[in-house]
Design a binder for this molecule. Structure first.
Ligand code: NAG
Ligand code: NAG
Ligand code: NAG
Ligand code: NAG
Ligand code: NAG
Length: 379
């Protein structure tokens, strides 16, 4: 970490504290995990943790209660969430979760129990009906080769049933964790009548790049309209087949109907949408410099403890147990004696010129200072 002036050092201490606490808490939890996991290498552990059958692992049953105490109990009763409430009504977000029958009980239910509650509406998109979540049974086959078909059907369903009830439409996986309040704060200055979408920007394959599927992406109402009305019916604008990389294909449709791939770095140039788990983004040594992520993300130069915005929006590869940990750290745990001061809400964007100008108007990081990576050596 580079040395910064005093105030940025202090502001950085908060996420650092979060990181350390998370580490200790994970270490604590790991005592309860089966030996096989504890003794494995870290990457093996991460893999196993992400594939744990949460429901049928007895070591978790005693540890995890699905319900946290109400936020109006004694600890939180004086919290002031009036701005979050205001944004809940002004920036209405429909979230839809890509899931499948095998994951309803393993993963999707834990999204419902945690961050899903913060969305204005949450829909679980699957291929079979399940009354517990409930899910929407889309007319698609399951499997990786059908993810694109499922994405199209999901957005069609959302368009047909909910277009006018919400402003923004977020797609996430059943192992993505979204801090919905930060999503609303980020979207607040934008009009949902602007054709734009946001996510973790990968600058490849398509002229304007596309948004990573795993980090989740969010379409404005206008973007959704153009996608369904103009792009999908036209085979020159959108891939008609079921297969294909869901996120790249969506990116092509968006570009073909002039929906902008928006920037989402914060005012210090840090990312908000993350296509991997926090442990991967926070520990630069954990992943190889040759890893695909570094080749795809051209404008995000930050790794390690300095990686992530304090107003981060999403992380991918979050296991069920981590979802409850996130929920606890974000919405419940309080470092005693610190009262947070929210950044003031930015001005709404009135005259849209171009993305870059909006970005600068918001007082955000000057992206022209970040050089594009040289991709010529990358296949
Ligand atoms: C806390 O809020 C919940 C729902 O918002 C309500 O059912 C409950 O009665 C409240 N508890 C107290 C102590 O006010
Ligand atoms: C809560 O916060 C809002 C916005 O900062 C402020 O206007 C309001 O007075 C606060 N309410 C209380 C009870 O402190
Ligand atoms: C499909 O898109 C192409 C290219 O923009 C356009 O020329 C054509 O008229 C469109 N077809 C329909 C049926 O809208
Ligand atoms: C952004 O950076 C570029 C290149 O360094 C500079 O020319 C431009 O004036 C900067 N814009 C703002 C608003 O600071
Ligand atoms: C990109 O890298 C290649 C191979 O190393 C080099 O030949 C080329 O000049 C570089 N281009 C730029 C714009 O730096």
């Amino acid at each position: 970490m580079r040395y910064q002036n005093q105030s940025t050092r202090i502001s950085k201490a908060i996420p650092l504290f979060f990181g350390f606490s998370l580490g200790f808490f994970l270490a604590f939890l790991m005592q309860f995990l089966p030996n096989i996991i504890r003794n494995d290498s870290y990457s093996e552990y991460l893999f196993k943790r992400n594939t744990l059958d949460f429901h049928h692992d007895s070591s978790f049953e005693d540890l995890i209660e699905y319900k946290f105490h109400e936020v109006n109990d004694t600890t939180h009763k004086n919290d002031n969430n009036s701005i979050a409430k205001q944004l809940y009504n002004e920036v209405r977000v429909l979230c839809w979760i890509m899931t499948n029958p095998e994951n309803h009980e393993k993963k999707a239910i834990h999204v419902k129990n945690t961050w899903g509650k913060h969305c204005n509406k949450i829909l679980f998109m699957s291929s079979s009906y399940d009354k517990n979540l409930p899910t929407i049974a889309l007319p698609v086959k399951e499997g990786r080769n059908n993810l694109w078909a499922k994405t199209k059907e999901a957005f069609k369903y959302v368009y047909k049933n909910h277009l006018n009830d919400f402003d923004w439409f977020m797609k996430a996986d059943d192992d993505t964790y979204v801090i919905v309040e930060n999503l609303r704060y980020f979207l607040y200055p934008y009009s949902s009548y602007q054709p734009i979408y946001f996510g973790c920007h990968f600058d490849r394959y398509i002229k304007q790049g596309y948004m990573s599927g795993g980090a989740g992406y969010v379409l404005s109402k206008e973007a959704l309209k153009r996608f369904i009305e103009k792009a999908l019916p036209n085979k020159t604008k959108c891939r008609q087949e079921s297969d294909g990389a869901e996120d790249v294909e969506l990116g092509k449709c968006m570009e073909n109907v002039q929906v902008e791939a928006g920037y989402s770095l914060d005012s210090s140039g840090k990312g908000r949408f993350f296509p991997m788990g926090p442990e991967s983004h926070f520990s630069p040594g954990l992943i190889d410099k040759e890893f695909w992520y570094y080749k795809y993300v051209d404008r995000v130069g930050r790794h390690g403890l300095d990686c992530c915005s304090d107003y981060a929006i999403s992380f991918h590869y979050v296991s069920p147990v981590q979802m409850y940990i996130f929920e606890y750290f974000i919405y419940h745990l309080r470092p005693y004696g610190i009262t947070y001061q929210n950044q003031p809400l930015p001005e709404k964007i009135k005259n849209k010129k171009n993305n870059e100008e909006i970005f600068i108007n918001l007082g955000s990081f000057n992206i022209s200072k970040l050089e594009k990576k040289n991709f010529s050596t990358i296949t």
